[in-house]
Design a protein around this ligand. Sequence first.
Ligand code: BGC
Length: 771
Amino acid sequence: MSTYLKHDEWSIVEEGFHPEKSRDSESLFSIGNGHMGQRANFEEKYSGVTLQGHYIAGIYYPDKTRVGWWKNGYPEYFAKVINAPSWIGIDVKVDGEMLDLATCKILEFRRELNMKQSVLEREFTVAMQSGIQLHVKSTRFLSITEHELGLIRYSITPLNQSVSLEILPYIDADVENEDSNYNEKFWEKTDGSCYHHEAYITSKTKKLDFNICTGMLFDVFAGGNKLTTKAHLVEEDLLLGNKVILNANSDEEIVVYKYATVVTSLDHKVSDLMQVARKKLQDANSKGFHAILKDHINEWAQKWEHSDIVIEGDVAAQQGIRFNILQLNHTYTGKDARFNIGPKGFTGEKYGGSTYWDTEAYCLPFYMATAGEEVAKNLLVYRYNHLQRAIENAEKLGFTDGAALYPMVTMNGEECHNEWEITFEEIHRNGAIAFAINSYIRYTGHESYLADKGLEVLMGISRFWAQRITFSEAKGKYVMLGVTGPNEYENNVNNNWYTNTIACWCLEYTIEALQKVKETNIARYKEIITKTAFDDKKEVGKWQDIIKNMYYPTEEKLKIFLQQDGYMDKEQILVKDLDIKNRPLNQKWSWDRILRSCYIKQADVLQGIYFLENRFDIETIRRNYEFYESRTVHESSLSPCVHSILASKIGKTDQAYELYLRTARLDLDDYNKEVREGLHITSMAGTWLSIVEGFGGMRVVDGKVGFTPSIPQGWNAYSFRIVHRGTALRIRVTTEEVMVFNEHGPDSQIMVYGKPYTVAKNSNIVAELSK
Ligand code: BGC
């Protein structure tokens, strides 16, 4: 664990500069606004360790695949989120010496990510090698109201003498990806213009023709007055800027207001990009930095009103959940159905910015309850729009007749990941996509989504399972061979319990969905049957046979579900008995050793129990939880949240709390020693779940939302807000009682500890906390 950041309810704070953590901090202080996001790189030059990162939603690069041995079925490319041209740069020379935190002496340093406002601030005092002392303060944000805009206020104050300052605000299109298979640069410049206090570069990706324009416009103020002296245009090939040379008196604050924009061909005509960018910046400049900041802060206040979770009495826990909610809202706003949620969001290159099963398995409930039903629906429609590609993906692997295998990793519906054990075998992802349709309908009550789009997706998925599952004469049962379950620390296993279970659940749900659509919308039903050439009798007959005769591995003595065939043959040394120096295993052990060990990367059997909880009695949940928790190393960020929810379910609130901290502070405390790569965005939705579904015990059953709250020791109270079927409910749990308040919307029928209540508009109900 790493603990160099201060605990604070509303801020992430680094006091004193930690150059050895510079990449960690760049990840942790990342900002974003759904359209774009960036790591917390410095404005001024920094020659220390850094990963430059500016990312734009929907813009990626199909990097040519690189593998050891090519295997038929591999995709031709691996999509990469591209590091985009940077607009934050402001070089500062003081009496000819470059300001660089890696070379000057740092007297004071403070960095703060103000979570309430989504504003990144940095303040430091340095002594240059010449002895000149300087105080610098920067404020940066990506506007949430005008999502193509980013703004910086950067002030420089010489402290002990008058100095000559050279200030160079610029944009830099000479950027590269750390993760590039052939060390290629992914962008080429197409045009550029530089004017007095303005610069614009248009760039195009070398493949796929994404075009963007990155622009900047700035003003400099000295002693409160705007400087109008001519700037020197700096026009290097890929770097355009303006140099301003001035004398600053001791204690005189020089302020640069830099307005930047990133506009793309996803939203504008390519030929208009430069013009649009210039107009945007001129409008922004007339409105002014402070007015734009004010709108930004107001919109963030709204976001917090909808999504905040308040924890009283535990600052570390409070900071953790707010950090997670902030970063989720930085990544995806749901305003644009073309986008999705990459596991690292806009905070690093790993995972290529692509869509994983994480979205459906973890993120959907957060956005559904806090951002609205439409946003959640957009996430489902994204997959509907990729159905044809999922069918082609399955065809590539030899499946036929409309079987659909959704990709493990995708940008546009095509698979773009190439490790056979994941690409070909981690097929459980199909289950999460089906499950999300069910969750959406269960939560919103919008049954018509099935006829509209959901059923077609379910049919494609079920057709896949029916072909992927085979019959074992030896067992006299259906089996599923050669898969990788959610636990990626084991590949090519037979009969992964989770995959077998979710596959059969998909078959059952598809049969139910077919029936529902047939009963409620026969015209659409017929249309779908014809479109998909569906043989109702034959296909449903086969599905029913599989459901009835599926094989599920179990451990009879321990009365648990077995993760896969042969799991008990492994040497069973529990995590608690493993010397800590071996952790994280994925950085300390060979892959071979990991594969042979009993250690589990992430919730696997428990993922299935979590999804399908109502099928299992509490003792079954307890036995499986205890067995698997003691063997799980949680080296996937997606793991502790599921374990935490189940621990709450079985009344192990202390363990639920430990696991909560692990998910909520995974990045802040760098549990898995990898935050330098970027943040774990998708698992942050799991953190939200571990409070709402874990401690809050929220479930939706038969259209009613219900709660079975518990409270961790040391918390005085916690509260969260959800919108369910048009009613905004605020739930507050103290050490004594549970209060549910109907903030707006129709009266709501809810359950608390299984007892029904009606919460009328603007009123609340109170129940005693069950202990
Ligand atoms: C996990 C996967 C997950 C991916 C992206 C991997 O480490 O094992 O389940 O989809 O990360 O978050």
